[in-house]
Ligand binder design. Structure first.
Ligand code: 13P
Length: 279
């Protein structure tokens, strides 16, 4: 069932686990995510990047996803990932999303505060919580590897001020996490995360969780991360399935293709959910 993300945060906290949020680009991956969560009987977040909202024009993917959650037998939040302005937020709110993210992390601090506070005002007026971001996260959200852009890690004192002034309900942090593939071993700044958690008393969010070990995930959860984002490893499972079908000498039907791709993605989702403490 479609659920307020705050209720999901409470369930995760009580379970000593972290919420998993999976980026989807269509109904097939959404199906894989819901099936995995139903198998493990745990809450889950389905999220779409702001750049994905118009991918199926004239059919609104956001509305299809919200409608789909009514059939789920576990609590599901629909979340908008990385909105850079009000436009996509309005689309998501109209569709019935139960959580939105505003990403002003490439703006100077004051402009990030202004943009985020504006979106908080709009979203809160219809009862929807907002995730903000302070500190920039390297890599691309929708592709394997982006150019390594200039990044800056979240400053714990600025994080406190940012949350106080914007009224955000959750904060995405930059502690060495990257979108896409990690170059070499991930090196997260756990001390920094601890300092942020000491000052910021709202749920903390870690983007760029593909490629993190179970030990890293366990540690960030123990330090206050309550929502984790996965995209890259789901895409990789999907692409591998496509390559497998494309290399076969016989042509698969569209149904066979679907029935091959969904379980591949579902098993990655289940693995991640287990790593986050859902059994
Ligand atoms: P990955 O690229 O590590 O899967 O992270 C996805 C993400 O953080 C989406 O916001």
């Amino acid at each position: 069932m479609l659920t307020d993300v705050k209720a999901l945060y409470t369930i995760a906290r009580e379970a000593g686990a972290a919420l998993a949020a999976f980026n989807v680009y269509g109904l097939d991956v959404a199906q894989a995510v819901l099936q995995a969560a139903e198998e493990l009987k745990c809450p889950v977040v389905i999220q779409t990047g702001a750049t994905v909202l118009d991918m199926y024009t004239p059919f609104p993917l956001s509305e299809a996803l919200v409608r789909g959650t009514y059939y789920a037998r576990v609590p599901v939040a629909c979340h908008l990932d990385h909105a850079k302005g009000l436009g996509p937020v309005i689309v998501a709110l109209r569709a019935g999303y139960t959580s939105v993210m505003v990403d002003g992390s490439d703006l100077p601090f004051e402009r990030n505060v202004t943009l985020t506070a504006q979106i908080v005002e709009v979203a809160h007026s219809v009862g929807v919580p907002v995730e903000g971001e302070l500190g920039s996260i390297a890599g691309l959200e929708d592709a394997e590897q982006g150019p390594f852009t200039e990044t800056y890690l979240t400053d714990p004192i600025a994080a406190f001020e940012f949350c106080k002034r914007t009224g955000v309900d959750a904060l995405a942090v930059s502690i060495g996490n990257v979108h896409g593939r990690y170059e070499g071993e991930p090196r997260l700044d756990f001390d920094r995360l601890g300092e942020i958690a000491d000052r910021v008393k709202i749920p903390l969010v870690l983007h760029g969780c593909s490629g993190l070990s179970a030990a890293d995930l366990e540690r960030v959860i123990s330090l206050g991360i309550l929502k984790t984002n996965f995209n890259t490893e789901l895409r990789q499972a999907y692409y591998e399935g496509l390559r497998f079908v494309a290399s076969s000498s016989t042509e698969a039907s569209m149904r066979e293709l679907h029935e091959l791709l969904v379980p591949r993605v579902r098993s990655v989702v289940k693995e991640k959910l287990r790593m986050l403490g859902w059994r």
